[in-house]
Ligand binder design. Structure first.
Ligand SMILES: NC(=O)c1ccc[n+]([C@@H]2O[C@H](COP(=O)([O-])OP(=O)(O)OC[C@H]3O[C@@H](n4cnc5c(N)ncnc54)[C@H](O)[C@@H]3O)[C@@H](O)[C@H]2O)c1
Ligand SMILES: [Zn+2]
Ligand SMILES: [Zn+2]
Length: 361
């Protein structure tokens, strides 16, 4: 079928709306008409380096199921869904309730640009258009998704549902599934973007004392509005780690890095108290740390994908928390019409907005 998609045609190039062809669903596939799609910094980061172009990004979709393949048993046309990451369902990690670490996950199912047989779901004038990003490529009017990354939702505005699929799930899941702080503990969150602020609100909901660090004043203000007891500008304090230790009487038990920056990771390690845990969430390349500090403090450093979430279980839990007013992630969202995707992406890249969500009219 002919659809409209936001194509990236050169590395780092703009999103441009183009007519393309989308295959009908194969037996294990689900055709979804998008009603909303969030922009995550992973879309923007991947756009800079993606080797297979043209490419359609987008991995926080929400929409309505239009058709299902013959092997699909859990969804039917008309269902409202939120789209998340894809997993195989059969490897050791999937069968032990950790699908975020699926052996096929990162590459074959979420970030290859094609189906596992190498074909593309999208084409233009008979030429391949790469997609299948997180099993969706939801910067488009329609997407092909899979049972593992569709979560049925009820009575939720799609603009709110969309960012649950990655950003909110990742930040909140890092707190609620991985760190699990108690009410008498403290947490420092480095980077108050969509992921970091989702962590802030989940930790506040647990009664945890939260400190945020971010150079952007408007983001620090949101962190404090969400209940962080302090928010530091790293440019304002000589020693960020010392400032965090001071305000938490010797250092927090938990730290989350959403920046992926080596210097920030060093600050997190220096800030933590003995036997603390650092969750690495921000995408990065390499970092160095002082081995003796990690040893003598007995620190744990833990990489986290998608907040260790099982989307079909965790997203409904997040919706319940939202309905109770305990996870007010609507405060992070700025809606944009799909036709303004490039402006929305620029506003996210310049930190002007936190979580742009595209709407399909
Ligand atoms: N691990 C996962 O599963 C997963 C999932 C989603 C996103 N991500 C990644 O997480 C990261 C955050 O995503 P996001 O959408 O929240 O991005 P974002 O850009 O909105 O947030 C990052 C924040 O870090 C702040 N920052 C920059 N320098 C800083 C410093 N020196 N100290 C403290 N803060 C600083 C920025 O001002 C920004 O607010 C990205 O790298 C993204 O790709 C990872
Ligand atoms: Zn798997
Ligand atoms: Zn994401």
């Amino acid at each position: 079928m002919r659809i409209q998609a936001a194509l990236v045609e050169s590395a780092g190039g703009p999103f441009t709306l183009r007519d393309v062809d989308l295959d009908g669903p194969r037996p294990d596939e689900i055709l979804v008409r998008l009603t909303a799609a969030g922009i995550c910094h992973t879309d923007l980061g991947a756009r800079q380096i993606w080797p297979r172009l043209p490419m359609v990004f987008g991995h926080e979709g929400a929409g309505i199921v239009e058709a299902v393949g013959s092997a699909v048993t859990t969804l039917t046309p008309g269902d409202s869904v939120c789209l998340s990451y894809r997993s195989c369902g059969s490897c050791g990690h999937c069968t032990s309730a950790q699908p975020a670490y699926c052996e096929a996950g990162i590459n074959a199912l979420n970030a290859s640009g094609t189906r596992t047989d190498g074909s593309t779901t999208l084409s233009r004038d008979g030429q391949p258009v790469f997609g299948n990003f997180f099993g969706q490529s939801s910067f488009a009017t329609h997407a092909i998704a899979y049972e593992s990354n569709c979560v049925k939702i009820h009575d939720l505005d799609p603009v709110l549902a969309a960012p649950l699929g990655c950003g909110v799930q990742t930040g909140a899941g890092t707190v609620l599934n991985v760190l699990r702080p108690t009410a008498d503990s403290s947490l420092v969150v480095f980077g108050a973007g969509g992921v970091g602020l989702s962590a802030v609100m989940a930790a506040v909901a647990q009664g945890c004392t939260v400190i945020a660090v971010d150079p952007v004043a408007s983001r620090r203000a949101v962190a404090q509005d969400l209940g962080a007891v302090a928010a530091f500008d790293p440019a304002d304090v000589d020693d960020v780690a010392a400032a965090v230790r001071d305000i938490t009487s010797g250092g927090p038990q938990y730290a989350i890095d959403t920046t992926g920056q080596p210097a920030v990771i060093s600050q997190a390690i220096a800030a933590l108290r003995q036997r603390g845990t650092l969750a690495l969430v921000g995408i990065g390349t390499t970092a160095q740390f002082d081995i003796m500090t990690v040893l003598t403090k007995g620190l744990q450093i833990r990489g986290v994908i998608e907040g260790d979430s099982i989307p079909q279980e965790f997203i409904p839990r997040l919706i319940t928390l939202h309905k109770q007013g305990r996870l007010p992630f609507e405060k992070l969202i700025t809606p944009y019409p799909f036709s303004e995707i490039d402006a929305a992406a620029q506003a996210a890249a310049s930190n002007e907005v936190i979580k742009p969500v595209l709407t399909f009219g």
